[in-house]
Design a protein. Structure first.
Length: 235
């Protein structure tokens, strides 16, 4: 039986507004699980699952294990770039979000799918890897660095195309992935992305040397997400 996942594309949305919305959905799922919990577990399918897509205006976010010195801009420079800055409750270090980047936030009760965080992260990566393959871009993994990379097997050439950072509690997930499509890569010069100093970042547009249709990429991401998670997306 395929799990139902409620899908919404929020379009271009302020990071804090979207974070608050994620927290609302996340807390609703966790609270329902707490209410339903008994000696025999919970009813199958009793909790809802969500997948949010969006883009954000220019913003830098620092995860729980992030270091502030990985932000290379002062407050004045942040204002000049019209970029926000938030310390947030996901894993990982500092990253950038902005227009032209497809951000995906799954709020899933993993007990409706599988209880394995490592597998969950690999499935998010695989969703992106399969999408990139449709454009002739070979995405790969680096064992010590979560995310999706181009030329992953070549240490001196490897460049990150998709960042992943999540939070989980009681097997409920939030935050997710950020795939660079037509992203302004100059904004990454203001940080040490994900705290990794010896690796570059890239985008689909940069790899293909052309503009890439965002809606088309999002549809492919949805398809591969549905296949991997055996989910049925309801809009």
């Amino acid at each position: 039986m395929r799990q139902i996942v409620h899908f919404t594309d929020l379009g271009l949305i302020d990071f804090k507004k979207c974070w608050d919305y994620q927290e609302k959905l996340f807390n609703e799922v966790v609270d329902k699980k707490t209410t339903l919990r008994n000696g025999n577990g919970k009813e199958a399918g009793a909790t809802h699952n969500y997948l949010l897509f969006c883009e954000h205006p220019h913003v830098y976010t620092i995860g729980k294990s992030g270091k502030e010195q990985h932000l290379l801009l002062n407050s004045e420079e942040l204002k000049e770039k019209q970029a926000g800055l938030y310390k947030i409750n996901r894993g990982g270090d500092i990253t950038y979000h902005g227009p032209g980047q497809a951000v995906g936030y799954p709020i899933l009760d993993l007990e409706n799918f599988f209880t394995d965080i490592g597998k969950y992260l690999r499935y998010l990566e695989e969703t992106v890897i399969r999408t990139l393959a449709e454009y002739g871009i070979i995405g790969g993994r680096i064992p010590t660095a979560t995310g999706v990379w181009v030329d992953a097997e070549l240490p001196l050439k490897a460049r990150k195309i998709c960042a992943i950072g999540v939070r989980t509690s009681r097997w409920v997930t939030m935050h997710g992935f950020a795939l660079n499509i037509n992203t302004d890569m100059n904004y990454f010069k203001g940080i040490i992305p994900c705290g990794i100093e010896d690796k570059a970042v890239t985008s689909m547009a940069q790899e293909l040397n052309r503009y890439v249709d965002m809606l088309e990429v999002k549809e492919k991401l949805k398809t591969h997400f549905s296949e991997l998670f055996e989910a049925e997306l309801h809009e």
